[in-house]
Design a protein around this ligand. Structure first.
Ligand code: SF4
Length: 342
């Protein structure tokens, strides 16, 4: 007897890693196919945005600060790590708040925080911006590439012939946003949707609920991460974002420009906007030759479909961001499995 294949997308890169780490793919029946989505913040930062960060690092007197994986993502002409080897000042920070100290310690330099990530990291950027303004720190700028998850899911769900039977929704983002921003998925698009935690048990519990909904043909929004996610989210974090950011169009690797999916500094904080300070704007740039990260991030392909996987592209010699990031799908495939065995 053959069963219909069910394609379930895990939106979040942390879910991807946890699924691989616990060997859940190989433990599931063959007709349940887990596909990775656009939930790795490093991976969805577009090639044009990476190129722009590198251009900023070339400015006189600039110290560029960002999270670890961003430094190694290849742009069209090398990475920030390459720029650092050539003499640029590139600092790895563990939090946005560290940029305040960097700026205070270097009053004659401009510190540019390359801010990436979803609703999970954006509140920390917002708090840092507010603190900098309050403290009169005027040598800190933000190159703001934060992205919002719901508009990207709306795009995926609206794609004609959308082949997603269920969504494992990102627990971390739901901690901030709560339930409501995801309700359009089952109610507007008929896609079973479950907010999931990150342990093996929490993921399996969420998958069970998705399969129940699929079998019953009754799509709904459920949470299997209730110990952490409140239905109304984290109001303090949302208020910080509302105070500092406006929604804007953002360009996603693999999905292209999406209206309202990005965050930019609002008028009150525009003096800290790196693009305004240096009169720059992001331009689109093609993905590296042969790299199919974009199609992996939209669930159309898997790393095993990429001819460079494990050959020219490895964690030591990454060609695209999905191999760089600790949450990247190619990196997970390389670390926990081999082509053809997953
Ligand atoms: S294996 Fe490398 S080149 Fe291929 S899609 Fe992944 S990151 Fe891009």
């Amino acid at each position: 007897m053959s069963f219909k294949t069910m394609r379930i997308m895990e939106v979040c890169g942390t879910h991807t890693m946890s699924i691989f780490r616990h060997g859940l793919r190989s433990a599931l029946p063959k007709n349940i196919k887990l596909i990775s989505g656009p939930g790795c913040p490093v991976c969805v930062t577009s090639q044009g945005e990476i190129d722009l960060a590198i251009k900023v690092s070339e400015k006189e007197g600039v110290i560029i600060a960002t999270y670890g994986d961003m430094v190694r993502v290849p742009g069209s002409n090398g990475s920030l790590a390459d720029r650092r080897a050539q003499g640029a000042e590139v600092e790895v920070v563990l939090s946005a708040a560290q940029c305040l100290d960097l700026a205070k310690d270097n009053p004659d330099r401009t510190v540019v925080f390359l801010a990436v990530g979803f609703e999970t990291t954006a509140p920390a950027t917002a708090a840092t911006v507010i603190q900098a303004k309050r403290d009169g720190i005027d040598n800190l700028s933000v190159l703001c590439f934060h992205k919002r998850v719901p508009p990207a899911l709306e795009l995926l769900a609206s794609t004609p012939n959308c082949a997603i039977d269920g969504l494992l929704l990102p627990g971390h983002v739901a901690v901030i946003l709560g339930h409501e921003p995801f309700r359009f998925l089952p109610e507007g698009h008929g896609i079973p949707s479950v907010i999931a935690g990150f342990s093996a048990g929490e993921i399996l519990s969420a998958l069970m609920e998705l399969l129940r909904q699929i079998k019953a043909k009754s799509p709904a929004l459920e949470s299997r991460y209730a110990s952490v996610v409140r239905p109304d989210g984290n109001r303090t974090a949302m208020a910080l974002m509302d105070q500092v950011f406006e929604h804007t169009t953002s360009n996603w690797r693999g999905l292209g420009p999406i209206d309202g999916s990005g965050l930019k500094l609002s008028e009150d904080y525009r003096s800290m906007d790196c693009l305004a300070r240096f009169d720059l704007k992001a331009e689109e740039a093609p993905e590296p030759d042969g790299c199919i990260c974009g199609r992996i991030l939209s669930g159309q392909k898997e790393p095993g479909d990429c001819p460079l996987f494990g050959r020219r592209c490895t964690p030591v010699t990454p060609v695209g961001p999905c191999m760089v990031s600790g949450e990247g799908t190619c990196s997970a495939w390389y670390r926990y499995g081999r082509k053809g065995e997953l």
